[in-house]
Write a protein that binds this ligand. Sequence first.
Ligand SMILES: [Zn+2]
Length: 414
Amino acid sequence: MKMKTKRMLAVITALCCMAGTVSCGRTLPNSNDDSDSSDNSNEFSVAGDEADGIETSEKEEQLTLVPRTTAAPKSAETVATDTAETSNPVSLVTRSKEEIDKIKNNKKTTAAAKTSKTTKAKTTAASTSSASSTTTTTTTKESAETTTTPQTPTIQLSYTSAEIVAGQTKAYAIVSGTYDEEWSTSDANVATVDQYGNITAVGEGSCKIRVTDKNTKEFGEIAVTVKKMQGIQQIDGITYVDGVLIANKTYALPRSYNPGGLTPETYNAFQSLVQAAANDGYSLWNASGFRSYETQEQIYNNYVYTHGQATADTFSARPGHSEHQTGMAIDVNNPSDSFNGTPEAIWLKEHCVDYGFIIRYPEGKQDITGYKYESWHIRYVGVEMAKKIRDKGIEIGNYNITLEEYFGINSKYN
Ligand SMILES: [Zn+2]
């Protein structure tokens, strides 16, 4: 109801703006398009919710820490026997806080009903496990509480095995039941897991991801296999080169790609970067992070309307082509040429690699990246990849090496 009213008001505002009768209440900051044109007067209103940078960044705050999932949650019963669904390496859908709460509430109310089935699954799991199966087949939550270290998994998960491409994150497995969850990995060189259970593939190999109840020490486990991706590959319309997601003028993201905010790894890496800068006496902040396909569409169309397409293409990305849609790009502090050469910009260029970021559109590389120098726009690729790119640049004497040059790919509109 409230949403509807808001949207209608926005539409009315937009119509008024178009007619030129009132000045716009809602405007988009210049920061929204990677434009350096601080002189431009492209303030315009947008018909729709959450279209401007201000609301977007608010949203990021809420969403970046929310665990994400690939598909609608399956019930524990169906998932227990189905491990094939776990092969999709990419998490594209973000749950809203309301959805998460709903899932948690559902789990609470259905936990009791599932007890019999859980026991059955436990029996199966135990009988297939090697040593202590005979004594643990009848393990219940109550008895587990009295045992100091349970031997078999008793926490049920929506998936128990996963194949992930190195560098990608697989959304958390839904835990059947309410526990005081703590997540851990058996090998951080293969895969890491955040406090919400989102798994990030690091390097080739196999490992176990475990969720443990802090109090009862009950646990559940996911067998993770990490594979390396070589060359250019497309999965669900998304382009990866050696496992790195690419969005540039050649490679677009589908409209449906929407992480809902910065990816958790990007968010966390940026927090570390900001902290390190603060320790050195510099203040850095996220001026603009995630932007959806729809938001970029509105921004771009408005620039085309005011400047014409040829000019708009020189400073604003077409929808699907903006790196901000990846949830791995951040405009730091002040997205304009006046940020160039500032102490903060110099610090950022020198240190961002250590936190897994690269200056995505370096100086003098407009013909290669398709964008002029943007000292403020950083892209998360992971520490290992960021260092590989930097080292390659040093090795070949190309200190401003771009992602395009490193991978040997183009960035040109078709
Ligand atoms: Zn940017």
